[in-house]
Ligand binder design. Structure first.
Ligand SMILES: Cc1ncc(C[n+]2csc(CCOP(=O)(O)OP(=O)(O)O)c2C)c(N)n1
Ligand SMILES: [Mg+2]
Length: 203
């Protein structure tokens, strides 16, 4: 672990952002986590400073656990950057485009392998992102070429307000049938809405 942050610290940070958002101090979307603290702390047990983290639109926990100082992170969030937080000095990158980071993460892992550089890539994605073509291509390529990467599917069975499994008329995510140490899943139920913190504009 890079930091000694606890579940309580993570929850307190998101609750602080939620309060600030609901007080209209943040004039851009925020995407908050809750109820996944244990699962994400488990992932970060093996993350080292030289490793690379790729995220979607919801990334406060990853930033904190990669070592971004909470105050610096909060400053960026207040500037409206929550949806695509990037801290190159901490090897952490995000994009709000569904699937946007997946081929970039895969390409970086390929480069690390070819150049025999140390470090590993951790790429977080949601359950609906995991059903997209770009996820299937990126993960298939990474497994077949044994790239130094791990994809973590964060499964809330929702894409904004749409149920993922119901959408595709299947009981499981397609990738759940793949057995690989490069692919892990965890389920969680977020107390926060897809965007925002319950007050003001939602989508
Ligand atoms: C290319 C693209 N299409 C649509 C959207 C709108 N959008 C933002 S988040 C999201 C939901 C994706 O669901 P999932 O991957 O399960 O992520 P979750 O938010 O549940 O973690 C969608 C459709 C987008 N950001 N980019
Ligand atoms: Mg989801």
């Amino acid at each position: 672990m890079i930091t000694n942050l606890t579940e309580k610290d993570l929850i307190a940070f998101e609750d602080m952002v939620a309060k600030s958002f609901n007080n209209a101090e943040i004039k851009a979307p925020v995407h908050l986590y809750s109820n996944n603290e244990k699962a994400i702390l488990d992932v970060f047990q093996s993350v080292k400073e030289e490793d690379w983290i790729f995220c979607g639109w919801r990334s406060h926990y990853q930033c904190l656990l990669k070592g971004v100082p909470p105050q610096e992170l909060f400053e960026q969030i207040k500037l409206g950057k929550s949806i695509s937080l990037c801290f190159p000095e901490y090897n952490i990158f995000s994009s709000a485009i569904v699937g946007g980071v997946l081929p970039i993460a895969t390409g970086l892992a390929l480069s690390l392998k070819k150049k025999k550089q140390k470090g590993k890539v951790y790429c977080f994605l949601g359950d609906m992102t995991a059903e997209t073509g770009i996820a299937h291509e990126s993960i298939k390529y990474s497994i077949n070429y044994d790239l130094p990467i791990r994809f973590i599917v964060e499964d809330n069975d929702l894409s904004v307000c749409t149920e993922t499994r119901k959408t595709w008329n299947q009981d499981n995510l397609t990738l759940e049938s793949i057995n690989s140490d490069k692919l892990t899943f965890y389920k969680y139920k977020n107390k926060y809405p897809h965007a925002g913190a319950g007050k003001r504009v939602q989508f």
